[in-house]
Ligand binder design. Sequence first.
Ligand code: TRP
Length: 345
Amino acid sequence: MTKPVILTGLRANNDLTLGNYFGGILPMIDMATRSADDYQINMFIPDLHSFTTPIDHSKLHDQILHNARLYVAAGLPLDNNSINLYRQSYIPAHSELTWILDCFTGFGEMSRMTQFKDKTAKIGDAQISVGLFNYPVLMAADILIYGAKYIPVGEDQTQHLEFARDIAERMNGRFGELFTVPEPVLKQHEFFGKEQGLRIMDLQDPTKKMSKSDDSGKGVIFLGDAPEDAAKKVMSAATDSLAHIAYDRENQPGISNLIEILALLRGVRKQDIVAEFGGGERYGDFKKVVAEEVKAFLSDFQSRLAAVDDATIIAKLETSEAAMRVQAGETLLRVQQAVGLRAKG
Ligand code: TRP
């Protein structure tokens, strides 16, 4: 029996943030280490997705390897065959399946994707590529090519996940059982049992998510930030004028965000932080505690990162990629046969 597949990827177009670390990398590594006996874990680097919006291509190659290093520094075990770490572009079947799925995807359907609409509004017509438009189809191919059932993604990717389900069902309806349909988003949440609403917000504008593609980076803590600089970003985080430390996302988004960050760094509940600091009125003192904790975390993480051995990572990537080419190739052949590109077996 093949094991059910849990799969996720993080884009490699920029240094990852504290939000990616706690919201994406850690839960996935936790899942990988706990469930590798019962599931196949695919943690991959969607390198083809990293230039759907313009980037500096001279940095991409390093960035891809760097992302793999981050996973390892965060604790991803490399010596377990049920855990796969691979680069999307090393398995060409992802791209080939994308093309086939493209031809069954509606233009209107893609035009309605929130992320596409948001990004186009932000970057302006001249920079909008067909790749950006097509992004969700490649993402669906990433998922369907391994028959993945569980896909932990952030809230902003929910619509893309729904599309992966739609296109899988559409293809199955038309050609018979081709694809495993990923579980609906609600089931995903049940499965991962993740506390709803884990969202680290931008320090300067705590009403928006801390984003790795933020332009100024002033409100964003990158995993590669010098610990001193990150501490300074915490010290200049936006707060409010209520002079009261309480968890209230609505009225005190800045302070609530700092509470959340401190709770995550210390591995305790938000209530514990509120119990310790609540009633305190001096935001400056509280910020100092958070800043120190961020600084200590980054120093520790960066020394683990520096100790990561590239040769071991590259060997793991190559082993996983060879295994994935076999699995992906089987799915692609089934689809090629279904649509008439290959003789039926
Ligand atoms: N779109 C995801 C992001 O921006 C990355 C991604 C690409 C992905 N393909 C995927 C995530 C497949 C999960 C499954 O973070």
